[in-house]
Design a protein around this ligand. Structure first.
Ligand SMILES: [Zn+2]
Length: 339
């Protein structure tokens, strides 16, 4: 089985995202949000059959770990109440996709984070999504302020209540920022990759995994700048008298393969142990075009993996068994959804 651990519902029916605009407008004018729009099963089916499912079939992948549109999370907008209503709506749609296409999608939730609000307020939604919807993880935004980094770093005790619940439920988090509202940062070109790199360094300089030895983070987009600068991170850890990165972080931190060219994939798989790499494409996502140098979509990451000098066993780790290990509930959920 080829499991793509990183997909977002970027093709959701139009009225869903339109409602978010109305909700935020109402909030800023001090009015109550309008009722949520109706989304029919047929509309969801069409959005998936002409979108992610079609791409899965074209590229020969089997299952996508699916979550709400990341840039749409918008934790910097509104307040804790609007974030909660929006997260609930987005997660419910993901659940409906998984129910309609149980062999193709397993759910991951977004959290109702809000800049400056304790992540304690995310626990109820996480619990609901895992226990009622069968979701296997969450997306955790390390910067709910959208590019201003106003909240404490991920190693801070501020985040611990959420980590305690994640450990209890055996669900990992993909550390994933949302849209940047700071004009200095392009959302997917800089803010995403900055977020990945910053999150790794926050983990490196904290006691996080000493205190939560079974907590698991997936750092997406190939780990941002991390694999490329692995020597710098090793050297920094050494200067700080910390243990080697393999001991310090690699039981807890994993990277996905959302890297959109072959040399990047070669570097990733050469530098990072294969046990720590999870196959992913983030289709249909940030980069939708075709690379004129190859004639294939940039985000068709399976094509790069196929060109790497990996044994069948290593490929199986990357495509399937690493995801099953990191997402502790995944195998159980697959068994359930596959009937
Ligand atoms: Zn993403």
């Amino acid at each position: 089985m080829i499991i793509d651990c990183h997909g977002h519902y970027t093709t959701s029916p139009r009225q869903h995202e339109a409602w978010r605009g109305e909700q935020i407008a109402a909030h800023s004018e001090g009015r109550a949000a309008p009722p949520r729009p109706t989304v029919t099963d047929d509309e969801i089916r069409a959005s998936i059959e002409n979108g992610q499912l079609k791409v899965q079939q074209e590229r020969g992948t089997d299952l996508t770990i699916f979550s709400p549109r990341a840039a749409g999370m918008g934790h910097h907008l509104g307040d804790a109440t609007t974030s909660e209503a929006w997260a609930t709506a987005c997660n419910e749609l993901i659940y409906r996709v998984c129910a309609l296409f149980p062999r193709n999608f397993v759910g991951v939730c977004m959290l109702p984070q809000s800049a400056g609000v304790s992540p304690r307020n995310c626990i109820a939604e996480l619990e609901r999504c895992v226990q009622q919807y069968g979701f296997v993880g969450c997306n955790l935004n390390p910067d709910p302020s959208g590019g201003f980094w106003k909240d404490p770093p991920l190693g801070d005790r501020y985040w611990y209540p959420l980590y305690e619940k994640m450990v209890e439920l055996d669900v990992p988090a993909m550390v994933h920022v949302s849209a940047a509202c700071n004009p200095a940062f392009h959302t997917t070109g800089s803010h995403y990759l900055n977020g990945d790199t910053a999150a790794f360094m926050q983990c490196l300089t904290s006691d996080l995994f000493k205190n939560f030895p079974t907590l698991k983070f997936i750092i997406p987009h190939g780990g941002g700048a991390v694999p490329y600068h692995w020597g710098r991170f090793r050297g920094l850890a050494q200067d700080m008298k910390l243990p080697p990165l393999s001991e310090l972080l690699l039981n807890n931190v994993f990277f996905d393969t959302c890297v959109y060219h072959l040399p990047g994939q070669e570097l990733l798989t050469k530098v990072i142990p294969l046990d720590n790499i999870l196959f992913a494409s983030e289709m249909i996502g940030a980069v939708r075009g075709i690379d004129p140098e190859t004639g294939h979509h940039y985000d068709d990451t399976k094509r790069y993996i196929e060109q790497l000098p990996l044994s069948a066993g290593d490929k199986a780790k990357l495509y399937e068994s690493n995801s099953r290990r990191v997402y502790g509930r995944l195998s159980g959920q697959i068994a359930k959804q596959f009937g």
